[in-house]
Design a protein around this ligand. Structure first.
Ligand code: ZN
Length: 196
């Protein structure tokens, strides 16, 4: 029974970050998420899309509050997501052993995916702490993410964002400009405007 091994917890917690970073405007946004990851079942419908949008907003709040140092508010947001999804652990007999999973509202593949993502995130924070939920500090990036390695990922969600900000800082130095406070209003201004 390895459903909730450390690897599975991290996988589902990462999926929670993806849910939090997705807008779910169209059914195709949800279908893309479920492709290859959800248990087989009926195709996602409008109810699933609405549920995904609500879960996304709640998970995002959990990340942002944790990033602001509000661990209690983050936990409350995550609890609300799980309550709305009716997320509850289930055990089934699978061959000689038991398989555990987290069921979601109505039992659709989307509901199960979202419930497992929320549960995985709760487990991950239980292991590593709420201060490992990050908000990317790069300008023009709204992503939330799991801080996997302490030093390297403290500020940026991805190598792409880190490289973009390092390149911008390099250009500023070349232009003789003072370093922008990354993630501040100055960094949000286009470089051209900052020069003028
Ligand atoms: Zn980013």
């Amino acid at each position: 029974m390895d459903t909730w091994s450390g690897t599975a917890i991290t996988t589902w917690a990462q999926r929670a970050a993806v849910v939090a970073n997705t807008d779910f405007e169209r059914l195709s946004d949800l279908e893309a998420l479920l492709a290859g990851a959800a248990s087989p079942g009926p195709a996602a419908g409008p109810d699933d899309l609405a549920m995904a949008g609500t879960a996304s907003a709640g998970l995002r709040e959990a990340f942002l509050r944790a990033g602001d140092g509000d661990a209690g508010g983050s936990a409350a947001a995550l609890n609300l997501v799980m309550a709305r999804l009716y997320a509850r652990p289930r055990v089934t007999v699978d061959g000689d052993g038991w398989r555990t999973y987290v069921a979601g509202r109505g039992g659709s593949p989307a509901a199960e995916y979202l419930a497992n993502a929320a549960w995985g995130l709760a487990q991950w924070v239980g292991r590593y702490g709420p201060d490992r939920l990050g908000r990317c500090q790069a300008s023009r990036c709204r992503s939330v993410y799991l801080v996997r390695r302490w030093a390297a990922q403290r500020r940026y969600c991805s190598e792409r964002c880190a490289n973009r900000m390092y390149a911008a800082a390099f250009r500023r130095r070349q232009a003789g400009l003072p370093p922008a406070g990354e993630g501040t209003a100055a960094a949000d201004r286009p470089l051209g405007a900052a020069r003028g």
